[in-house]
Design a binder for this molecule. Structure first.
Ligand SMILES: [Zn+2]
Length: 454
C-alpha cells in the first residue's frame, strides 16, 4: 500500500510541491478524527472527485489539476504506486492515486509521530493512465471517510512554493533572518503559497548544500570571507606564517574582524580584553575573542580567532594578527590588556605587546576562587556563625576592591583571620593570586588605565 519508494527516488518526480514528507508543525484539522469513529464511516462525505473528462500532456499536469480540484473540495491526492513499461526506457504509463488520508493507519504503539494518524484508510481510489500520449483520470472509488480539511497546510501535497517564492526564501535566508520570520513574511506577501516553516527550513538546507558545493565548511567560510571583503588571516598547517590560499591544507587558525570593529577599535585602542572560550563550536576549535572598551564603558568586538591549540605559540600567532592590524593602520598598541590567569596567553601578550600592562579579569578570578572554595570548603560545628563559601566570596571581593594599600592589607587580614580553618583555600589564594596582586587589586589596577572594565 505504501510503496512510495519508486516515486520519491525517481528524478522525474522531483517536482515542486509534490514531496510526501510528513507533517511537522501542523496538527490535523480539528474537524477530523482518527477514523475509528463509526459515524464517519457510515456517513460518506460529499467530497466531489475530480472530473474524468480532461486530458493532459504530462502526468505532472494531471497531478496539479486533480490536486487543485481536491484543494477546493478539502482533500489531497497522492500517488500510491507507479507502473513503468517493461520495454524501451521504462516509460511511466500508470499511476495509482489515493487520498492522502488513505492507507493503513499505523500502529500507534510503536510511537511513530502524530502524522501517522493522517492515514485512516480513506477508500478514495483513482488511477492516472497514459493512452496515445495523453494522460487521463479514472475514478475507481469516489468516497471518502472523513470531512473536508480545515487547513491545507496539514497536507504536504498542497504545500507549495513557486519559483519566485523559492528565490525569495533563498534571498532572505542569506541574511540573518529566522525561518519563522521568513515563513511569516511569505505568508503575508504571497498568501497563495501554502508553506510551513518546515518547507522554509528545508529550502535553507538545500541552499546551504548548494553553496557549499565541493568545498568543506571551512573552505566555504574562507570563500565567503573573501567574497564579502572581511579582513581575515588563515593559518594552515604547513605554512606557519600566512596561508597561501592553498585551501586543501588543514586550517589550524583563523583570525577575522569586521570593518565596524576596526573602526571602533581605531577610536578606542587603549584597552584590550582577551577571552578564550574552550567550548566546542562547529569548528571544534577554541575561540579567542578580542574586545575593546569605549569611553562610555561599553564593550565592543575587536576581532575573533579560532585556533586549534591553546599553547603559547598559538596565542602568539593570534595576538600577532592584532599587532599586524594596528601596524597596517598606523595605530597605537594597547596600554592595558585584561586576560584570565592563563600562562600561555599572558606570556603571548608579553611577547607581542611588551609595553602593555596586564591586568587579570576579576570575573575570571572570582569564578576560579568560587570554584576552589566550593571544592575545598570545610564545614564544621561553627556553621551557625553563617560561614559559607558565598559569604567568603563577599570578603574576597572586598580584598579585590581595596582602593588603598592599607585597605588591601586590612581586608586580607580579615579574610585570613575569619577563614583560618579553610587552610587549603587560603593557601591556594596565597600561592596563585597574592603574588599577582598588582594585576587584580583595584589599588594597583586602577592605576593602569582600565576604564573600570574589570
Ligand atoms: Zn479521503
Amino acid at each position: 500500500m505504501e510503496n512510495f519508494g519508486e516515486l520519491s527516488e525517481s528524478s522525474a518526480w522531483a517536482w515542486e510541491g509534490f514531496s510526501d514528507a510528513g507533517i511537522d508543525e501542523f496538527e490535523l484539522d480539528s474537524g477530523t478524527n482518527n477514523g475509528s469513529n463509526a459515524a464517519t464511516e457510515s456517513a460518506p462525505m460529499n467530497l466531489e472527485p475530480p472530473p474524468e473528462t480532461e486530458y493532459y500532456d504530462t502526468y505532472q499536469q494531471l497531478l496539479v489539476a486533480v490536486n487543485n480540484w481536491a484543494l477546493k473540495q478539502g482533500y489531497a491526492i497522492t500517488s500510491k504506486r507507479t507502473l513503468k513499461s517493461k520495454r524501451g526506457k521504462g516509460e511511466l504509463y500508470k499511476i495509482y492515486l489515493q487520498c492522502d488520508r488513505g492507507g493503513r493507519q499505523k500502529d500507534r504503539s510503536n510511537g511513530i509521530r502524530s502524522c501517522a494518524s493522517r492515514r485512516i484508510d480513506c477508500p478514495f481510489d483513482a488511477v492516472a493512465k497514459k493512452d496515445a500520449d495523453l494522460w487521463s483520470l479514472k475514478i475507481r472509488d469516489p468516497e471518502h471517510n472523513h470531512p473536508p480539511f480545515l487547513s491545507a497546510l496539514a497536507h504536504p501535497v498542497h504545500r507549495k512554493m513557486d519559483k519566485e517564492t523559492r528565490n525569495e526564501v533563498r534571498n532572505l535566508s542569506r541574511q540573518p533572518i529566522k525561518p519563522r520570520e521568513i515563513t511569516a513574511y511569505i505568508r503575508l506577501n504571497a498568501p497563495d503559497q501554502r508553506l510551513t516553516r518546515r518547507d522554509v527550513y528545508n529550502e535553507r538546507v538545500r541552499l546551504r548544500r548548494e553553496q557549499l558545493g565541493k568545498y568543506t565548511p571551512t573552505q566555504a567560510l574562507l570563500h565567503e570571507f573573501q567574497r564579502r571583503g572581511i579582513t581575515h588571516t588563515p593559518l594552515f598547517e604547513t605554512s606557519p606564517t600566512v596561508g597561501e590560499q592553498n585551501i586543501d591544507q588543514r586550517l589550524c587558525g583563523l583570525f577575522f574582524t569586521f570593518p565596524w570593529c576596526e573602526k571602533m577599535w581605531a577610536s578606542h585602542p587603549e584597552v584590550l580584553l582577551i577571552d578564550a572560550t574552550y567550548k566546542t563550536n562547529r569548528f571544534r576549535m577554541p575561540l579567542v575573542q578580542f574586545t575593546g572598551v569605549s569611553n562610555l564603558h561599553t564593550n565592543f568586538n575587536i576581532g575573533f580567532c579560532f585556533i586549534n591549540s591553546e599553547d603559547e605559540n598559538a596565542y602568539v600567532w593570534t595576538i600577532q594578527r592584532l599587532s599586524d592590524l594596528i601596524s597596517a593602520r598606523g595605530g597605537q598598541p594597547p596600554q592595558v590588556i585584561v586576560t584570565d590567569n592563563e600562562d600561555g596567553l599572558k606570556n603571548a601578550c608579553d611577547t607581542v605587546f611588551p609595553d602593555a600592562q596586564q591586568i587579570l579579569c576579576t570575573w575570571h578570578i572570582d569564578k576560579n576562587v568560587l570554584g576552589r572554595a566550593r571544592k575545598t570548603w570545610i564545614t564544621n560545628d561553627s556553621e551557625e556563625d553563617g560561614k559559607t563559601a558565598q559569604e567568603f566570596m563577599g570578603h574576597w571581593r572586598n580584598v579585590a576592591r581595596s582602593k588603598t594599600l592599607v585597605e588591601f592589607r586590612d581586608n586580607w587580614a580579615i579574610l585570613e583571620g575569619q577563614y583560618a580553618e579553610q587552610v587549603e583555600l587560603i593557601n591556594y589564594l596565597k600561592a596563585e593570586y597574592l603574588p599577582l596582586r598588582h594585576q587584580w587589586v583595584d589599588f594597583w589596577a586602577d592605576q593602569a588605565m582600565n576604564y573600570g572594565t574589570r
